[in-house]
Ligand binder design. Structure first.
Ligand SMILES: [Mg+2]
Length: 268
């Protein structure tokens, strides 16, 4: 796939490692977003993190001085609901191993929680996990009900250290059912297709920016979008250059992505 900077009309940005590390902004975010707006690029922020609500991300951006509308933020729970409604446009019963937030997002698409003939077992991080839920989910999956996971992240960081995430719940259910889940979060391009629908752009017109090779970069390459790897997060320069095929851009941080894009596209 050829990267043509002049064609770019929108950006899909990862958040952790691109916009911030923990509670620390990476670069002058208000200046970066002003520049993006001036260059006329649409923006959607896409994260695998389904433990925070859309509103919480909007508020975190606001605390860094950046105004983002709720439609510009998507997480893996929303992408899962989007995927499921493509399969079942009228909704229906689903069995959920997950929290209230996930059930609410699915409800918006006409899905309701039931253990009567569910269309799918949807598994995610569940801080109220119990044996009964795991038992039922395992039996459904063993009986052939499709097994879908929101995101593959096995842990997520807290001030005390790494704690179990959605991927750990999926690993448990996979061990019990002997069925691997279909996981919707990055690197599955479903997440990015959903973002493209919000932006109204094609893959070639959209630059995907992330800090993780096996999720952000692998997902954009599956989709056929150009991608930029930033070295402000979890990936070091050496492993960035080893990745095949190489990301279209490898730069220090988001500010440099915008600078390169401006230069390469010849925009003023
Ligand atoms: Mg990241």
């Amino acid at each position: 796939m050829m990267f043509d900077p002049e064609k770019i009309r929108a950006l899909i940005l990862d958040m952790d490692g691109v916009l911030w590390r923990g509670d620390e902004a990476i670069g002058d975010l208000p200046a970066i977003f002003t520049q993006i707006e001036r260059l006329g690029y649409g923006v959607v922020l896409a994260t695998n993190n389904a433990t925070k609500s859309i509103q919480q991300f909007v508020e975190k951006l606001a605390s860094f001085g950046v105004r983002i509308e709720p439609w510009q933020v998507i997480n893996s729970a929303q992408a899962t609901a989007h995927y499921l409604s493509q399969q079942h446009p009228t909704g229906g019963p689903v069995f959920i191993v997950g929290e209230k937030g996930l059930a609410e997002i699915l409800q918006e698409k006409g899905f309701y929680v039931s253990d009567e003939n569910p269309l799918a077992v949807i598994a995610a991080l569940d801080r109220g996990l119990n044996y009964e839920k795991l038992r039922k989910a395992t039996l459904f999956i063993r009986a052939g009900v499709p097994f879908i996971g929101t995101n593959p992240d096995r842990t997520f960081p807290t001030p005390e250290g790494q704690v179990p995430g959605a991927g750990s719940v999926l690993a448990l259910l996979e061990a019990a059912s002997e069925v691997a889940p279909l996981v919707i979060g990055k690197p599955n391009p479903v997440m990015y297709q959903f973002a493209l629908e919000r932006l109204g752009t094609s893959p070639e017109e959209t630059l995907i920016v992330g800090d993780r090779l096996e999720t952000d970069i692998a997902g954009s390459q599956q989709l056929g979008s150009p991608c930029a790897l930033v070295l402000s997060g979890v990936t070091n320069e050496e492993s960035a250059w080893e990745w095949e095929p190489a990301p279209d851009l490898i730069v220090a941080d988001l500010a440099n992505v915008i600078r390169e894009l401006k230069f390469l596209s010849g925009k003023k």
